[in-house]
Ligand binder design. Structure first.
Ligand SMILES: *[C@@H]1O[C@H](CO)[C@@H](O)[C@H](O)[C@H]1NC(C)=O
Length: 354
């Protein structure tokens, strides 16, 4: 949809040029001068001086974060690059052509840097497609807008899931040239949240920064997108239910042993916790590098559930014992331990029981 818009704008400005200043034949005259008279060769790197690398200006227009896949560790963003450089082989004198100052040529008709997404998720494919046009000004200033849905690798640190922040990189390289031939130059507006920028429902973009590498073999620029997860969904669907189940777990000690419901109750709570655990493991990132705090908490809840089950079983066994049967030493020690912290003595309790 966005490509369509962009092309519309290009076509519109193209038409505007026709109407305002010049005719079709003037426009064709420019193209003829460039490609036929001047014999423009698109294989030639438009480097003026072999000591001076060609400056390629680059900026990133971001439309939105589409998706972050925790399981595959992938970020999908939509946006386009604005890549500009100077190619004097395409310059012309507008006064010879009825003031035609700007033309559009198919991207494959002229030299352009081979720009690749370095940390892409799929096969390394050059950005831009043959259907894109490059804007050419009369002084040789070229502007190219490769639009892309960028799928990039992004290693996620989910320790504090769902209250985590992530940094994801989008690395752009020019693959076939060295830093002696081409360098990236940043513009004042190197990163732009396009006015069509759409917020993601799960992720907030906190900031974007960029870094131009000066020590790599090929020209390279990395955009770092800092994101923060909106935790509300996970609070309502995971944290609170698990919290309540943990509370219910403790409630088993309130139920009198004579009703015979103790085991059934704690078993039910334990099972629903287990069901939760499976549904959560689908939401939690598959990641063995860093263990998430939430995962540890859930494991702890399960362990507590098991302990509660064991305690209830022992309690019931004790309850069903006939009073003539002496209480064994193990139980007495447990009761002694408990009475130390809760104030009652074993003696008092024995009296009460009789
Ligand atoms: C992302 O880019 C920054 C800045 O260039 C760099 O310091 C960092 O190591 C990169 N992260 C990854 C995962 O490549």
């Amino acid at each position: 949809m966005y490509t369509f818009n962009l092309q519309n704008i290009l076509i519109f400005s193209l038409l505007l040029h026709f109407v305002l200043s010049s005719t079709k034949s003037d426009y064709a005259g420019v193209l003829e001068e460039i490609f036929q008279t001047n014999k423009y060769n698109k294989k030639v790197l438009p480097q003026e001086d072999s000591d001076e690398p060609l400056e390629v200006h680059i900026s990133f227009q971001l439309f939105g974060i589409n998706e972050i896949d925790e399981v595959l560790e992938k970020m999908v963003t939509t946006g386009y690059l604005v890549v500009s450089w100077n190619d004097l082989g395409l310059a012309w004198d507008p006064s010879n052509h009825n003031q035609v100052e700007n033309v559009f040529v198919p991207q494959d008709d002229v030299w352009k840097p081979d720009v690749f997404l370095q940390n892409g998720f799929k096969k390394l494919v050059e950005l831009g497609t043959p259907s894109y046009y490059i804007s050419v000004d009369y002084d040789g200033w070229m502007t190219w807008f490769p639009f892309e849905v960028f799928e990039t690798r992004c290693s996620l640190d989910t320790t504090y899931f769902p209250f985590d922040e992530q940094k994801c990189n989008v690395s752009i390289v020019i693959w076939s040239h060295t830093l002696n031939e081409i360098i990236f130059v940043d513009d004042d507006d190197a990163i732009i949240f396009n006015e069509l920028f759409q917020q993601n429902s799960v992720w907030d973009v906190i900031s974007i920064s960029y870094h131009i590498y000066e020590d790599s073999t090929e020209p390279k620029i990395t955009y770092t997108i800092k994101l923060k997860r909106k935790p509300l969904y996970y609070i309502f669907n995971i944290l609170l239910p698990v919290e309540f189940l943990g509370f219910l777990n403790g409630l088993v000690f309130v139920i009198p042993a004579d009703t015979g419901e103790k085991m059934g109750f704690s078993m039910t709570v334990f099972l629903s916790l287990a069901v939760f655990l499976t549904s959560i493991s689908e939401v939690l990132p598959v990641n063995s590098v860093n263990v998430s705090v939430l995962g540890v908490y859930l494991l702890l809840q399960v362990i507590i559930g098991v302990c509660v089950l064991i305690t209830s079983a022992l309690q019931l066994r004790l309850n069903a014992r006939s009073t003539s049967h002496p209480v064994t030493g193990m139980y007495l020690r447990i009761v002694q331990m408990k009475s130390k912290c809760c104030g009652r003595t074993v003696k008092e309790r024995h009296v009460q029981m009789r």
